[in-house]
Design a protein. Structure first.
Length: 325
């Protein structure tokens, strides 16, 4: 098998490890890949990549399904998430390098519920918010938050001062989105991203799961990416909580979710839970919430978990600038 690196196109990449599933049933959509790595780029990737139709279906119908960690029922569940320390940390980081008085249009690629853009808009209300998001539940919330959603970037005439993409690139089956996002930037515009830090030759090799991630980045891989695509590096640094905490959190999640499956009963049970919630006195619901939130790793956005600019941080973040087409 003569594989090549999806970034630098070098042939002769190395086998690293078997792919590990957090949720066993995800194998129906992702298949049974192996993980390979490029010595030159320090980029790692799954191969074979899943079929595009299966991957699209996974993110449309499974990723946000009841019973999975990302599931939410309504806007009330997430309406205050933009106030979390994680988002305040993002905003502080951005304002160090970017003058938001000069920013008019922001695009969030893979916006989810748009917490960061919504926070930015609260502080700098002259800014226009755009999103590129497919999840139907998220789209409802983005509309409430005054986002203009774009279904695809290829035919969009609008140019953006800032593009934000937080924890999205590693879910994609290739890196074709990088030049597309650059093309959508104004000259002098910025791309802000954050992805997991996956140094497989260090303690990340001890991870318990990979799914549904498909591309695994390192700091060196981003140094290569910005050179290949002609970006100017404004900042490239480590961020978020430590890899050791990440590994602990991954292991806990896998134990809890490994046998989860998407079934009609998931939705029926959710209706029952909703009914119980409606008839349960509010003081009891508050006590239940306190108990659930007592898990040490339940909210990993808490400030004590952030160890910015440490090599042992779980994430890599960067601000790149477009200086030419």
């Amino acid at each position: 098998m003569n594989l090549h690196c999806p970034n630098c196109k070098k042939k002769g990449v190395n086998f690293i490890d078997n792919y590990k599933f957090e949720i066993k049933s995800d194998e129906k959509f992702i298949g049974n890949p192996k993980i390979y790595g490029c010595d030159d780029c320090r980029l790692f990737f799954a191969n074979p990549m899943p079929d595009k139709e299966k991957l699209d279906k996974f993110y449309e119908t499974v990723y946000q399904a009841p019973g999975r960690d990302l599931y939410f029922k309504s806007y009330d569940d997430i309406k205050d998430n933009f106030k979390k320390d994680k988002n305040l940390n993002y905003l502080l980081y951005l304002t160090i390098f970017i003058d938001f008085k000069k920013i008019q249009n922001i695009l969030e690629f893979g916006a989810g519920t748009g917490d960061l853009g919504y926070l930015i808009k609260k502080v700098f209300n002259h800014i226009n918010l755009y999103s590129c998001e497919k999840d139907l539940k998220c789209l409802e919330i983005l509309k409430l938050r005054s986002y203009n959603n774009l279904t695809q970037l290829d035919n969009v005439n609008e140019k953006f001062d800032l593009i934000i993409s937080l924890h999205n690139f590693h879910h994609l089956a290739n890196l074709e989105i990088i030049p597309k996002l650059k093309k959508s930037l104004k000259k002098g515009g910025h791309l802000f991203f954050e992805v997991p830090n996956c140094e497989f030759d260090k303690n990340y090799i001890n991870r318990s799961s990979d799914s549904p991630h498909l591309i695994f980045f390192t700091k060196l891989s981003w140094e290569k990416i910005l050179i290949l695509h002609g970006f100017k590096k404004i900042n490239l640094s480590n961020s978020s909580y430590s890899i050791n905490k990440c590994l602990h959190f991954m292991e806990s999640n896998k134990k809890r979710l490994y046998n989860w499956e998407l079934k009609p009963s998931n939705f029926s049970m959710q209706k029952i839970k909703s009914l119980i919630k409606k008839i349960t006195p509010k003081p009891l619901l508050k006590i239940r919430k306190m108990i659930l939130n007592s898990n040490e790793y339940k909210d990993i956005s808490r400030p004590e978990y952030f160890v910015n600019n440490q090599e042992n941080s779980w994430a890599i973040r960067g601000i790149l600038q477009k200086n030419s087409d």
